[in-house]
Design a protein around this ligand. Sequence first.
Ligand code: FAD
Length: 326
Amino acid sequence: IQVTQVVAVVGAGVVGLSTAVVIAEALPHCSVTVLADRFTPNTTSDGAAGILFASQFPGEQRRWFKRTFDHLLLIASSPEAGVAGVFLSSGWQIFREVPPEKKPYWSDCVLSFGTMTDAELKRFPQYKFGQAFTTIKCECPSYLPWLQKRLEKAGGIMIHEKVTDLAELGLRYDVIVNCSGLGSRELLGDEDVHPVRGQVLRVHAPWLQHFVRVADGHTYIYPGAGGVTLGGTRQAADSQAIFERCRRLEPSLGSARPLGEWVGLRPGRRNPRVERGHVRVHGRRVPVVHNYGHGGWGITLSWGTALDALDLVRQCLNERPPEARL
Ligand code: FAD
């Protein structure tokens, strides 16, 4: 296939790599280059618990969640599941008070959604209500290398580079896709993007098979392939406090062996920004497709927002003949 157009994707977290793969596979006449100053295992995505879960999202986010879930479910059901680090995870979300909405809008995005029985709730005497469901756990330390291989197979290239000026990229590429997460604050001057600190612990407790999440999101236990992730926090907290909260929920953690702790900064924003923009290069408009600001839900929304970004890239390329390049 003759390459006629060149696309740059800034960012190699779960959002950037998903977007690059989707574009490279759907548009074989394009050459896709990922530029990033951090690759796996050093991105924020690598430290995320990786559970697919939604809270009170407006509008588009249900669709993004559903499309990501369906994409990952196919991987989880394939021989690739182990190497990609994508598998089903069943468990409970528990509430101190019965919520006004017992069936959330995302109940049909996940599998086997139902209300917890009294027998299940008995394990958590402080809690009055619970939801049981099966979702997906997507572990980025495996998933990102797997996406990188998939990108290479589709002809994509990866370059280690800190981008300081999108307009400069406009000299070299037909379309720029900005997936720089928190980096967009500096790169674009978007002050709506802000860091939201998160901290998790990993422990060895292979007897734990079910996830447990307190509905306020402050305490969770997520079993995974290489350990159990305990969280979490949106503010500064020490690891001991997280461990104590989780042990109160799940007393068997008392004999779990610590594996490590991790602190990361979520790319917080009121809503992810998935839309077109442009930069000016010598008086010419070079299209930019933004896809950043996924907050605490970047894994959950990654494939869905990547597919929307692909549609926007297609629009840009259709409007921009290759001769328009410098
Ligand atoms: P990142 O992973 O931060 O990647 C950004 C990329 O852009 C990096 O490659 C970086 O090098 C590059 N970049 C930035 N600026 C520049 C620049 N100027 N030049 C070149 N490259 C640049 N989400 C879930 O869905 N489920 C969870 O269970 C979950 N748990 C979490 C737990 C914790 C403790 C934390 C902190 C987050 C959690 N998240 C979870 C949120 C998730 O981690 C983020 O939403 C997600 O990682 C965002 O992905 P991203 O690709 O946008 O950003």
